[in-house]
Design a protein around this ligand. Structure first.
Ligand code: MG
Length: 386
């Protein structure tokens, strides 16, 4: 793509971002070096036969054994587990790694890919939330590029092109759709279940992020992600509820100029830009028709109803492992909610409990971060009612 066609390792190819990434790759003629999935072997086999990677990985051992049989007639190598993910992330043939796995499982492979100086097209926000300082420091040390795929962060990234000095940035304004429960009170949300939360008005996404959008934790994680990516203070990030999902985020500069990126809500645009940057190519995304756009509105979020967002904003201000605890507890609590084992408002209760009980500490090493993550999950499982 651009001057040189990219060769891509795609971590998390069967999820929503993974499938859309393959749309972009197919349309652009880029090639695929590796595909990884957790356990969706049927789709993974189909993708492998279409894109001919040299390596296919299933995180799940049983699924890896299955895909090995399915691909026995090809010369595609099969690996499994965390070792397999790391092998995919560091494959010499790949110059770019798209990290589209869900959760903190993306952390180790991302760090290893950075050490191999791959371009990271980052779609795994949990990596920057848990280990933002470590990841950014490592990227700087090895000179690896991290290009955001998250639509808001891609918008910010696009807006700051041409700004030579980060000191010119006054404020990053993250837009937020408000989620399916926008305008509801805590009283109304009391009895909400998994099925209510899985209806998202605008974006089509996987289950975990859809729940994070309903609690607004997603915006909290994105707030932390933005701080890390652009090295700004929490006071320099603002959240604006924007129900139309047309403005994907804005940057206010020192001179009070505000730049915004607009477009139809379609993840294939930020995915493509992460691959073609600094060039822009034609895309499969529909153009935005300004004349049929609804009026654009912006308002402040309701932090009392959406306590997950409040907890994230508080964690963002703490040094050390607080953000890793926030993320680990949230992953565990959302997992329980998706199994109908807790109610909607209990997600925030459990995250708050973990933040109050897991001891604080430095987040300088991967071990410290993973320990905090584990402790946070344990704190959630210990108090959750089953
Ligand atoms: Mg986003």
């Amino acid at each position: 793509m651009g001057d040189s066609m990219r060769t891509i390792s795609l971590l998390g190819s069967t999820g929503s971002i993974g499938r859309q990434s393959l749309d972009v790759i197919a349309a652009s003629g880029a090639s695929v070096a590796a595909l990884t999935a957790n356990s969706s072997v049927e789709l993974l086999e189909e993708q492998a036969r279409r894109f001919h990677p040299e390596l296919v990985v299933c995180y799940d051992e049983q699924a890896a054994a299955d895909i090995k049989v399915r691909l026995a007639d090809t010369d595609i190598r099969v690996s499994s587990g965390m070792d397999g993910l790391i092998e995919a992330a560091t494959l010499p043939a790949a110059d770019t790694v798209i990290t589209a796995v869900v959760g903190n499982i993306g952390l180790k492979p991302t760090l290893e890919a950075i050490k191999q100086k791959k371009r990271i097209a980052l779609a795994n926000k949990e990596t920057l939330v848990c280990a933002g300082e470590l990841v950014m420091k490592t990227a700087q040390e090895y000179g690896a590029e991290i290009i955001p795929v998250d639509s808001e962060h891609s918008a910010l990234f696009q807006c700051i092109q041409g700004s030579k000095d980060h000191g010119e940035i006054k404020k990053l304004i993250l837009t937020c759709s408000g989620g399916p429960f926008f305008g509801k009170s805590r009283e109304e949300l009391k009895h909400y279940t998994r099925a209510d939360a899985l209806k998202h008005p605008t974006w089509k996404m996987g289950a975990k992020i859809t729940i994070d959008c309903a609690t607004l934790m997603n915006k909290g994680l994105e707030f932390i992600e933005a701080m890390r990516l652009y090295q700004v203070t929490p006071d320099q990030v603002e959240i604006a509820i924007h129900r139309q999902s047309i403005v994907h985020s804005l940057v206010e500069f020192r001179d009070n100029a505000i730049l915004a990126q607009l477009g139809v809500p379609d993840m294939r645009l930020p995915i493509q830009y992460a691959l073609t940057y600094p060039a822009r190519m034609e895309s499969v995304v529909e153009p935005l028709d300004l004349f049929s756009c609804p009026p654009l509105s912006f308002q402040r979020p309701d932090l009392e109803t959406f306590r997950c967002l409040k907890l994230a904003l508080q964690s963002a201000r703490k040094p050390g492992v607080a953000c890793a605890v926030l993320n680990g507890a949230n992953e565990a609590a959302v997992g329980l909610f998706l199994k109908d084992q807790i109610k909607f408002l209990e997600i925030a209760d459990l995250v708050e409990h973990a933040l109050n009980t897991v001891p604080d500490g430095p987040a300088d090493t991967l071990e410290q971060i993973l320990d905090a993550d584990r402790a946070a999950r344990e704190a959630v499982y210990t108090v959750a009612r089953f």
